[in-house]
Design a protein around this ligand. Structure first.
Ligand code: ADP
Ligand code: AMP
Length: 212
């Protein structure tokens, strides 16, 4: 099964992706996670990405398309399928993905769109905490980790208020044409994202099972 998960920053993509991967065994490909790993390892690409990410801008398409193409070409993808999270984020990335998938002979089965009221996102992003070891995201109030221990978690630099506003603007502007592209292909299932995490997942699960 080959899937995309879409939604504004804070919509709950990463949270749902963890559950989808656990349930359906697909490979989780999160461009945000890949960039954060590259930043932590201070690779050349990571240092370049950091300058965009910290101020809430998108990393240039050439860089992002390159890392996704490389990952999709690895052999586990053909066996397990994938869940792309946080990509594509521009219409040009969507066209590049179409081309990459066509070249690899892979078909996209569906797009899960987590629809949320943008007014809830500031609160979600400002309370988000990330597990240092697993990279998994939690929320101080809405989804607190069991056995919470402050030093095991950090706040993302780009979840600070200075970057959040910019990220929302960028993603709202870029997101609509991408969804339209996939709607035309009949691939999109809209999911109500303003519900408890478990209820969102129940709807996501139903949508994926229907695709099978
Ligand atoms: P994204 O990957 O779309 O940016 P995350 O999955 O990291 O979003 O979720 C953003 C924040 O909102 C996290 O702190 C997460 O725990 C919290 N969150 C996710 N889903 C919900 C939900 N349905 N209700 C309340 N908070 C949520
Ligand atoms: P995310 O973890 O998905 O919220 O991504 C964090 C940041 O990484 C984004 O705000 C962008 O700066 C960068 N990023 C992630 N995915 C992409 C993408 N597909 N295109 C460009 N930049 C991206």
């Amino acid at each position: 099964m080959n899937l995309l998960i879409m939604g504004l920053p804070g919509a709950g993509k990463g949270t749902q992706a963890t559950k989808i991967v656990e349930k359906f065994g697909v490979a989780h490909i999160s461009t945000g996670d890949m960039f954060r790993a590259a930043m932590a390892n201070q690779t050349e690409m990571g240092l370049l990405a950091k300058s965009y990410i910290d101020r809430g801008d998108l990393v240039p398409d050439e860089v992002t398309n390159g890392i996704v193409k490389e990952r999709l070409s690895q052999k586990d993808i053909a066996e397990k399928g994938f869940l792309l999270d946080g990509y594509p984020r521009t219409i040009e990335q969507a066209y590049a993905l179409d081309e990459t998938l066509a070249n690899l002979g892979i078909k996209l089965d569906g797009v899960i769109n987590i629809d949320v009221d943008p007014s809830c996102l500031l609160e979600r992003l400002s309370g988000r905490i990330i597990n240092r070891k697993t990279g998994e995201s939690f929320h101080k109030v809405f989804n607190p980790p069991v056995d919470y221990n402050e030093e095991d978690y950090y706040q993302r630099e780009d979840d600070k208020p200075e970057s959040v506003q910019r990220r929302l603007e960028v993603n709202i502007a870029q997101g609509e044409p991408i969804l339209e592209h996939y709607r035309k292909a009949g691939l999109v299932t809209d999911i109500e994202g303003n519900q408890e995490i478990a209820d969102v997942f129940a709807d996501v699960e139903k949508a994926i099972v229907t695709l099978k």
